[in-house]
Design a protein around this ligand. Structure first.
Ligand code: NAD
Ligand code: TYD
Length: 337
């Protein structure tokens, strides 16, 4: 099987490529990535020499670049991980680049896949398209799509275009919607790696609002194993929710990290809340469990310890991604909070 993975130099894409190459001898992977601030080829340094792997620098929002990659290979499947993925950036730096990459980029890939007769298109989406939950219940695949911030609105827009390509044009598409991921190679703008990085430097840990916003945390390799299953066995036109049923308030996650790192809770700093901050996410993954037999393999305790150990052992990776523009962007996002 020959697959195109877009956004493979990012957090989840790089973990997915590594897992695919480890689990399947008969796979060839082309990684198409624009190498934005979130893309990092160091995350795939260990597989760069594998003859089954190739990297192409290209922008999914550029039709010509997408078509050139599609023309050069005969792909059996396209998996679209590429995205602008950070809610705070979508709020503070404007939605344009999110619309460009997340919606137009997805459409370019859909068009190219259709014209080349690609057999399967997997769209990597998110639970955030469902909006926010009240105190009870969990998102199912039948929950209405009601996004609340520019990032989730563009991911929802992409999901609708994928649905349309499937319904109107018969492209074989499947959509996965996963909860919050954590694990190795995550850019330290997201909650867990940011808190680990700040705690290691004894810097304040900025907790938004009252810290009682709930997210459902899944170890990245569990997400990747679910995507691999959906790629091979998912039913055309279906959506699959993926979560691990570990839904806890942010402050609990932050305190757990501080305990495991042996750092003081006095580092916690409550800061001004994120506008439109979704109060609670929780995933019902019954469908993928019953229909495809998927189960998460990692408990939060095991996954978070492995994640901390990885960041401790890979301080150079962390230092490199935090150099350059990281500091000025950090200050822009957190100034005045
Ligand atoms: P990430 O920000 O770490 O990586 C995104 C990658 O996409 C980067 O390598 C970046 O260079 C690349 N990219 C961005 N714009 C591009 C463009 N125009 N053309 C080509 N490449 C481009 O994101 P992630 O956390 O790995 O998320 C991957 C996907 O999974 C996203 O679609 C995201 O919406 C989805 N998702 C993420 C989570 C999560 O918790 N991180 C949860 C559910 C779903
Ligand atoms: P994040 O990792 O940005 O993921 P998402 O917004 O996609 O869920 O944030 C996870 C939760 O942590 C979310 O409720 C916002 C909160 N948060 C903070 O409290 N402080 C921070 O510095 C960050 C980045 C997030």
């Amino acid at each position: 099987m020959k697959i195109l993975v877009t956004g493979g130099a990012g957090f989840i894409g790089s973990n997915f490529i590594r897992l695919c190459l480890q689990s399947h001898d008969d796979i060839e992977v082309v990684n198409l990535d624009a190498l934005t601030y979130a893309g990092n080829l160091e995350s795939l340094a260990d597989v760069a020499g594998d003859p089954r792997y190739e990297f192409v620098k290209a922008d999914i929002a550029n039709r010509d670049e997408v078509n050139a990659v599609m023309e050069a290979h005969a792909f059996d499947a396209v998996l679209n991980f590429a995205a602008e993925s950070h809610v705070d950036r979508s709020l503070h730096m404007g939605p344009q680049i999110f619309i460009q990459t997340n919606i137009l980029g997805t459409q370019n890939l859909l068009d190219a896949a259709r014209s080349r007769g690609v057999a399967r298109f997997v769209q990597i989406s998110t639970d955030e398209v469902y909006g926010s939950l009240g105190p009870e219940g969990a998102f199912s695949e039948a929950t209405p799509v009601l996004p609340n911030n520019p990032y989730s609105a563009t991911k929802a827009g992409a999901d609708f275009m994928v649905r349309a390509a499937c319904r109107s044009h018969g492209l074989d598409c499947v959509i996965t919607r996963c909860s919050n991921n954590y694990g190795p190679y995550q850019f330290p703008e997201k909650l867990i790696p940011l808190m680990i990085a700040n705690a290691l430097e004894e810097k304040p840990l900025p907790v938004y609002g009252d810290g009682m916003h709930v997210r459902d945390w899944i170890y990245v390799l569990d997400h990747c194993s679910a995507i691999d299953l959906v790629l091979r066995q998912g039913k055309t036109g279906e959506v699959y929710n993926i979560g691990s049923m570990y839904d806890v308030p942010n402050i609990q996650v932050v305190k757990t990290l501080l305990r495991l790192l042996g750092k003081s809770e006095s580092l916690i700093k409550y800061v001004k809340d994120r506008p439109g901050h979704d109060r609670r996410y929780a995933m019902d993954s019954t469908k993928i469990k019953n229909e495809l037999g998927w189960e998460p393999a990692y408990t939060f305790e095991r996954g978070i310890q492995q994640t901390i150990d990885w960041y401790l052992a890979n301080s150079t990776w962390l230092e490199n991604v935090r150099s350059g523009e990281y500091q000025s962007n950090y200050e822009k996002l957190y100034a005045g909070r």
